[in-house]
Design a protein around this ligand. Structure first.
Ligand SMILES: Nc1ncnc2c1ncn2[C@@H]1O[C@H](COP(=O)(O)OP(=O)(O)OP(=O)(O)O)[C@@H](O)[C@H]1O
Ligand SMILES: Nc1ncnc2c1ncn2[C@@H]1O[C@H](COP(=O)(O)OP(=O)(O)OP(=O)(O)O)[C@@H](O)[C@H]1O
Ligand SMILES: [Mg+2]
Ligand SMILES: [Mg+2]
Lengths: 252, 252
């Protein structure tokens, strides 16, 4: 049974790509078969894993042109494959024909690889448009990166409303996992946000928080995950622990 | 002659809202007549200026329903008015009819208030969709908030390509102002990014950088700008100086 998970938050810069990058590699290192999907036209997950975006065909070929997903799937690490974001991914958002079917393009292409992986993680763009709608049709679980900021907390209530609407329309519910990242334990604001999260979302908050660390901002520039860049760092240990949280569903 | 400026970057969380919030108030405090426009369905500029989004009609009424812009314009500070983001703003992105005219909805509604303000600043969402296309049709200048991170630098080259395409299609050029924010002078990565920016974009980089400070993340929770929240802070002085940079076009 494949766990299909969208990493999403319409609030920008909260760590969606950084979280996806290090979770997919963390899971692969434990021996799970993992597929990472870059659903963001910015293509930052693709480049952070070391692929050059301009030279490859990507996910939009499978979503729009019927190309088999396997032919735009690239092995990037042991037990880890990636479906990159190609240049044409923005065209999915501009699709005006097709009604509801426009929202099921990703779901349909993922049907073709059913059961092939243990985990599929999808890095989403900072929006609520058609690409994110495609992710929400295709998954059962969502990982929600958050930061210890007021505007991120406000963005979270916006996201929760979006998820509720979707659950009503689809008639199913998402398992939600909140990840507190870029955390600065000495900041009062961050502590207040964390308290609020524990108060309202305790059952959804994964136990491990990811501390603010420049190492996490540096590793993508080398096309490396934190496990390759600084394997004995605190950041690598935190992501190792977060991977365990996600596997067993360890929350507050 | 009104200066009409979009604050944009499809990279999320780089400080678009924080920059717009404090620039519009900084300009108004110097006696300029300023209009702020919240073009982001998240409505964070609206709430940061102290308005409760759910109770008001917003920009989409003027863009989609022909409501006069003045009737969705609210005075929020001395010399500063705001056109808030209402709940229906996402509907603009979903508009499928109308071809190119869909991109000119904002430009057309701004024609009705021509010459009424000294500055108009538009806070944009983290995307390249129809809302941002509307901003690019409506303005002559763009303020581009950046952070000292590798992924933000990568996002900038994506944005520059978008701007070039737009300039070709429109047959005009945008005056570009880059603002380096959330700056941590002691981080080597931040210094490297700053060097790169100075190397490639010296004529576009406004002189004042905005340091990382929790005060800037706290002020929106009180519906206050930095000038109201901590008037004698370093952050307030930095924004005071950035306002001068923008007025006179002071770059590296
Ligand atoms: N724990 C951390 N410590 C320090 N920097 C971090 C951390 N997590 C993420 N970053 C940095 O913060 C910035 C935003 O993170 P990231 O790009 O992963 O967010 P995102 O939500 O994917 O952004 P977008 O909304 O643009 O897709 C990046 O420059 C990243 O390197
Ligand atoms: N100089 C700064 N120091 C500390 N925090 C900052 C600074 N500038 C912005 N922030 C915080 O960083 C986060 C991102 O900033 P902001 O929301 O303004 O970015 P944005 O580009 O508007 O995001 P989005 O892409 O979601 O619209 C916010 O929580 C904000 O409070
Ligand atoms: Mg991202
Ligand atoms: Mg914003």
């Amino acid at each position: 049974q494949t766990r299909v998970i969208a990493v999403l938050n319409q609030k920008g810069g909260v760590g969606k790509t950084t979280t996806t990058l290090n979770l997919v590699h963390g899971l692969a290192r434990k021996g799970y078969d993992v597929l990472a999907i870059d659903l963001d036209p910015q293509g930052q997950l693709t480049s952070s894993l070391g692929l050059i975006k301009r030279d490859i065909e990507g996910l939009e070929k499978a979503m729009l042109n019927g190309t088999p997903l396997v032919s735009v799937t690239y092995p990037v690490r042991e037990n880890l494959k990636l479906v990159p974001a190609g240049y044409g991914l923005t065209e999915v958002e501009e699709k005006t024909e097709g009604g509801v079917a426009r929202g099921k393009l990703l779901k349909n292409t993922l049907e073709t690889i059913k059961g092939k992986y243990d985990f599929i993680l999808i890095d989403c763009p900072p929006s609520s448009g058609l690409l994110v709608v495609n992710a929400l049709f295709a998954v059962n679980e969502v990982v929600i990166p958050m930061t210890g900021d007021y505007l991120a907390l406000q963005g979270l209530s916006h996201l929760m409303a979006t998820l509720k609407n979707f659950e009503k329309a689809l008639g199913n519910t998402y398992k939600q996992w909140i990840v507190l990242g870029r955390y600065q334990a000495r900041r009062r604001l961050a502590q207040e946000v964390k308290e609020k999260l524990k108060q309202y979302f305790a059952n959804s908050m994964l136990l491990t928080e990811i501390s603010e660390s420049v190492l996490l901002a540096e590793s993508p520039s080398f096309g490396k995950t934190i496990f390759e860049y600084k394997p004995s760092s605190r950041s690598a240990k935190e992501f190792e622990s977060l991977v365990d949280d996600l596997i067993i569903g360890r929350t507050y």
